[in-house]
Write a protein that binds this ligand. Sequence first.
Ligand code: HPA
Length: 262
Amino acid sequence: MTTLPSALNGFVPETALVLGSGLGSLVEAVDAVHRIDYDDLDGFPPSGVSGHAGELVAGHLSDQRVVVMSGRVHYYEHGDAAAMRAPLEALKAAGVRRIILTNSAGSIDSDMPPGSVMQIEDHINFSGSNPLIGEPSDARFVGLTNAYDEAICSAFAEAADELSITLHKGVYMWFSGPCFETPAEIKMARLMGADAVGMSTVPEVILSRFLGLDVAALSVITNFAAGMTGDELSHQETKDMAPKGGERLAKLIATVLEKGFA
Ligand code: HPA
């Protein structure tokens, strides 16, 4: 067991990427300097979810120094919304300044089919929980008016234009999971202004803003949400479909990194 900064042995990543279910292939594009199992790192809980590798890769992607978390722990695994706090603190201690979060999500919008990529512009925390519950300092009162960094969002929009990739924008609604939503819950989510639903990311956004990191988040749409097609949903479908949109997402991320950050 060691801390992330010492495991990185002088390598200082500036950008962190967190890969969602079935999106692990993005890591192959990284010219790796270090590959470290979460089991060997202080504070990195393994994800017990199939489709999540549980490995951290640090290296170069499009000439940027990055660290990639291939797999994350979810609230629904242990009921701990702050489960990602220690890993995010470790990323910050290692030098990370911005974080690009990815996930798989269900679409509520009939014009955003499986395989689409959606940039999260805003979120609704419908879980009833919050990773900062119990944080004693006044820093817990995090403002989320501009949770998603405008400059990084614009960089993704430009990259999408350049690559002729349709990049949807929308509101992500966090359900605790692990079961999928009901059709009635999806109707409610639509009425409340959501465009996509999922079981992750929002706690990481909150924690990242708490830590002062710049945040962008993108969803790969793996299915239409419950009740929209009549088909039952499954985790297998998520894992099968994620790599399809994941390829587009990988290109977008590589292009954004190539352009660099101000
Ligand atoms: N709901 C919640 N989480 C998801 C879905 C969904 O439809 N698809 C992929 N992750």
